[in-house]
Design a protein around this ligand. Structure first.
Ligand SMILES: Cc1cc2nc3c(=O)[nH]c(=O)nc-3n(C[C@H](O)[C@H](O)[C@H](O)COP(=O)(O)OP(=O)(O)OC[C@H]3O[C@@H](n4cnc5c(N)ncnc54)[C@H](O)[C@@H]3O)c2cc1C
Length: 409
């Protein structure tokens, strides 16, 4: 029994059948669609002129062919661990093995007026559809929060001609995920594309008058006016079901290397779980498609009694305007950042993050080569030469050839 119907859930159906799992699979999801790709929701799907159909992870008939029982538009309300049942409102469904894949929930900042019509969040296809229908008539859109989703929305809406203001509480954009140099680059990029960007501004109130929304700061001074507002204030793990069922939860559902919770009959995967990662020697809760699909493969192997796949490197991407950001690894805790190339709009460059000389992450901006080389080096726990890193005339391949300590060492 899989609770949730996103990237992790779809991959688990695929991987279980690929591993010849003969048993029944039931997927319960509160959304009405079969699993679809979520990343386009903040990118191409916001364009009213573009094809609005969802990009399905697997075609609808895949589930029938693979004998996956779909229970769409149904919410699991609670888990009875003793009886091994889940409550879906009218009925109780029994399970032998339960897999929680409930994803994340958008954070709702404490802003008076956040419930007003005209204030949108973005997580599901329904959210994207509602926003897309409104942007056609909007002259001016305000985006609260300059994380990936906020900045991707800003980029998508500038492309269709909206005036966009981005308001960020921290003193720089993407502050939770990248270095000041990369933040400065993205700030310049958005300003060059005509976004009015303000950092260090905390919205406390939204007021509405005759369809116009007014955004106010802490002392109730006017920040800007907008026809509609998009919230991009981050997400939290959707671990409420697990908490209610007394599973161990701490910033996500705690799982072991096989993604098993403290109850051996229950697994958790994707955005909703938090796992110890040997490569980083710490617990991580990641919000990415790659993490969701890789954890589904681990669970399929565990359920089928197969060897667990080797640990993989976390990676992420973001598309804004004509810029592709690829991130290999996790930069949290870095003590040194080396820039390769010039961080200015129009250029390709990369930012290499090290901890005590060991490479832990790379942000590659329009630079797939840096991303590929870095991915290999991080998995080897390499300590690359800083001179080669910083010198664009030196081939990055030199780093792969030079003797570096491996992860297994
Ligand atoms: C707008 C947007 C853009 C993104 N862009 C990128 C990107 O460019 N690159 C990237 O790597 N990642 C991106 N992400 C993140 C990525 O989509 C997530 O990390 C990924 O979807 C996580 O997969 P998941 O299966 O864990 O959860 P989800 O895909 O979120 O699926 C969880 C599902 O469970 C359902 N559910 C929750 N509770 C219940 C319940 N009690 N009963 C039944 N069903 C329930 C939810 O409604 C949802 O359908 C983006 C996310 C969003 C919202």
């Amino acid at each position: 029994m899989i609770v949730g119907g996103g990237h992790a859930a779809a991959q688990l159906c695929v991987s279980l059948r690929q591993a010849q799992w003969p048993g029944r699979i039931t997927l319960v999801c509160d959304e009405p669609s079969v699993p679809y790709h979520r990343p386009p929701l903040s990118k191409s799907q916001l364009n009213p002129g573009a094809d609005s159909s969802l990009q399905l992870i697997r075609p609808t008939d895949f589930y029938a062919k693979q004998q996956v029982g779909l229970r769409l538009a149904q919410t699991v309300r609670s888990i009875d661990r003793e009886r091994r049942t889940v409550d879906v409102g009218q009925t109780k469904l029994s399970y032998d093995t339960l897999v929680l894949a409930t994803g994340s929930l958008n954070r709702r900042p404490p802003i008076t007026g956040i419930e007003l019509p005209g204030v949108f969040s973005l997580r599901t296809a329904a959210d994207a559809e509602a926003l897309r229908a409104q942007v056609q008539n909007a002259q001016h859109v305000a985006v609260i929060g300059a994380g990936f989703i906020g900045l991707e929305v800003a980029s998508a809406l500038r492309k269709i001609g909206c005036n966009v203001t981005v308001l960020e509480m921290a003193n720089r954009v993407l502050s939770r995920v990248t270095s000041p140099a990369v933040s400065t680059y993205f700030e310049s990029l958005h300003r060059e594309h005509g976004v009015a960007l303000r950092t260090g501004v905390s919205i406390s109130m939204i007021q509405e008058k005759e369809g116009q929304l007014t955004l106010l700061e802490g002392d109730h001074s006017l920040v800007c006016r907008a026809d509609l507002i998009v919230l991009g204030a981050g997400a939290r793990p959707n671990d409420d079901l697990a908490r209610l069922a007394n599973l161990e939860v701490n910033n996500g559902i705690l799982v072991d290397e096989a993604n098993r919770t403290c109850d051996p009959a229950i697994y958790a995967m994707g955005d909703c779980c938090n796992q110890f990662r040997p490569l980083y020697q710490t617990r991580l809760r990641l919000e990415s498609v790659q993490n969701a699909t890789d954890q589904a493969k681990i669970i399929a192997a565990a359920i089928c009694g197969l060897p667990l796949p080797a640990e993989t490197l976390p990676w992420f991407w973001s598309d804004q305007y004509d810029v592709k950001l690829q991130i290999a690894g996790v930069s949290a805790g870095y003590d040194q950042c080396v820039l390769r190339g010039v961080a200015e709009p129009g250029s390709s460059f990369s930012a290499w993050y090290l901890n005590q000389g060991r490479l832990i992450a790379v942000d590659a901006i329009n630079d797939p080569r840096a991303y590929v080389v870095a991915s290999k080096l991080i998995l080897r726990s390499a300590r690359p030469s800083l001179q080669i890193l910083a010198d664009q005339d030196r081939d990055l391949k030199e780093l792969l050839l030079s003797g570096t300590k491996t992860y297994e060492d």
